[in-house]
Design a protein. Sequence first.
Length: 412
Amino acid sequence: MSVDTVSGEGLRAAMVDQLIADHANKGLTMRPEVETALRVVPRHLFTPDARLEEAYCAEEAVVTKRVSDEAVSSVSAPWLIAEMLGQAADAFDGEMYARHVLEIGSGGYNAALLRELVGPSGSVTTVDIDPDVTDRATACLAAAGYDDVTVVCADAEQPIPPSRLYDLIIVTVGAWDIPPAWTEQLVEHGTLVVPLRTFGMTRSWALCREGDRLVSRSQRLCGFVSMRGAGAHDMRYVDVAEGVHLRLDEGQQVDPGTVGGLLSQPPVQVWAGAGLPPRTVLADLDLWLAARITDAGQQFLVLSAQQEAVDAGLVVPAWRFGTPATLHDGAFCYRSTLRWTDDAFDLGARAHGSDAAAAGGRMVEHMRAWLDAGSPSPVLQVLPADTPDGDLPAGTVLDKRHSRLVLTFTPA
Ligand SMILES: C[S@@+](CC[C@H](N)C(=O)[O-])C[C@H]1O[C@@H](n2cnc3c(N)ncnc32)[C@H](O)[C@@H]1O
């Protein structure tokens, strides 16, 4: 066995090279300080039960704990960690040095990367609700030589003792809401990076504190294990056909039989007839559709499907892990897979039901409006739950338990 195989150095270098290439493919540039940290921290020491190749696989998380088959803890996927650290570093214009950071959700690896980024005069505290995870993180951090990370076992829904402020709070578990503790523990102009579910779709938002509100600086498509404890929020899947599901957010009701019945009716395909500019971020379009459909008073849903259902032609979703859909006026409609025209991709909608053509037409109208507006990206503002309607900025309002979210769109 070569030294390289034992230490993982070669695999780590290859992983970082791949992450840089992935960034470039998405039109992103990895910050040098993030790259340096990724090159230095021995990820395999935080995944001792995984093979070296798994530890250094850029795309995959390494699951470290399951409860009844459900993954409840993992060392997150390198691509996602790199993008979220990039969001944080961007929010500070690259000045991460000497920052004080709270990480919510511990695995040890991200805390070690943060330790590298903030340097000896900064600090890193990591909190996890699960003592198995904090014990494991403590042991892995010690083995990798990061003894100066503070590891706390607590439910991060509440303020983390000792009471103090942080420049950066980075949440590494899927949240449904922003509890007041997170805003209150941030310094003014501090940054919260959080994978937040809105309209059933999760994005990692970098939010800057401005008084009692948070305003987004960037967002990225992502997926995470769900928050446990007092902030846990159910997401349910209902089957509407063999291998076809609707993902329902808390409180959403839908009759699966109705949607299943509509899906069994012949489809109508409608095209937007618009060539997509290169590098269009369709995740932004999906939030636009969610906002526009909600503003129009129609029911917004998220469709997901097994590969077998797609192969069988039961559904043709744009993205089988979560595609915008709507149920309205006796028709079920969703964003369908792209088509290649002579020189560009085109957007489409697939609809079933009594007035399927009209439903598909409405959805592609929203798509055209987004393209005509310059493919704008979403901007999120988070305000306290008791903010009166009159004090809300203009935009699509989504009420959560602790906060009022307002989504707007600005041209890229
Ligand atoms: C994806 S893992 C964290 C990955 C880690 N940051 C790393 O270095 O890769 C998510 C963690 O969040 C934790 N968690 C879930 N709910 C929590 C809560 N309410 N408070 C604190 N931690 C929580 C889980 O126990 C799990 O260990």
